[in-house]
Design a protein around this ligand. Structure first.
Ligand SMILES: CC(C)(COP(=O)(O)OP(=O)(O)OC[C@H]1O[C@@H](n2cnc3c(N)ncnc32)[C@H](O)[C@@H]1OP(=O)(O)O)[C@@H](O)C(=O)NCCC(=O)NCCS
Length: 173
């Protein structure tokens, strides 16, 4: 698809794209810092259309600084610019399952996609989960989000044995 590297191999450090898709600075995946939050909020807003500053402050407190090795909020940074993020955590013995690593948010800048950044973020998250002995990676996605399904399938993920159930609650407004 991206045609620059052999299939399945993330690109080298120089392959992150700038705002116009041009090759730019070295790509680094690292834990989020407070100074990254404006970029994260803006990136989320480009994908969701919502500018949720309070929400991201809460996520930062819980996953950014308070993670204690089990919660991870990672960013992919090209030069000084955040071009992607991923959030995940280890959850113990939920639904009778041994500890597993859940990934529950991922976004890559639309101008920097299909260059291996999502792959790099997931690899970094997986490494952190494996470090604490986790042997199962899980995620949940909207059934009509074919892009994200395609991405996770490309990473080797397949339908699991848990199924989601839901119920609308609360009086109608
Ligand atoms: C899904 C997403 C994270 C992928 O990020 P990315 O950096 O472009 O992913 P990669 O370049 O690492 O791609 C890895 C593989 O994913 C699949 N993939 C990525 N983009 C794709 C696309 N547009 N169409 C089909 N498959 C695609 C491909 O199999 C690709 O491998 P290939 O390039 O060798 O074919 C990115 O498109 C994104 O952020 N989308 C929006 C996510 C979203 O909806 N978030 C809100 C819910 S949490």
């Amino acid at each position: 698809m991206r045609g620059k590297t052999p299939r399945g191999q993330p690109p080298g450090p120089a392959a992150a794209a700038g705002p116009a898709g041009e090759a730019s600075a070295e790509l680094q995946v690292r834990p989020v810092r407070a100074a990254d939050l404006p970029d994260v909020i803006a990136l989320d807003a480009t994908v969701t259309g919502l500018h949720k500053a309070d929400y991201w402050q809460r996520v930062y407190r819980r996953y950014g600084v308070g993670g204690q090795g089990l919660r991870h909020f990672l960013v992919a940074v090209a030069g000084a610019r955040v071009v992607g993020f991923m959030i995940g955590e280890v959850r113990d013995w939920e639904f009778g399952s041994p500890p597993c690593g859940w990934v529950f948010a991922i976004d890559v800048d639309p101008h920097a996609r299909q260059q291996g950044i999502g792959t790099r973020l997931l690899a970094a998250m997986r490494e952190r989960f494996e470090r604490v002995g986790v042997r199962m990676l899980r995620t949940m996605l909207a059934s009509d989000n074919h892009l994200i399904l395609s991405f996770f399938r490309s990473q080797g993920m397949r339908a699991g044995r848990l199924i989601p159930l839901e119920l609308e609650i609360g009086a109608p407004g």
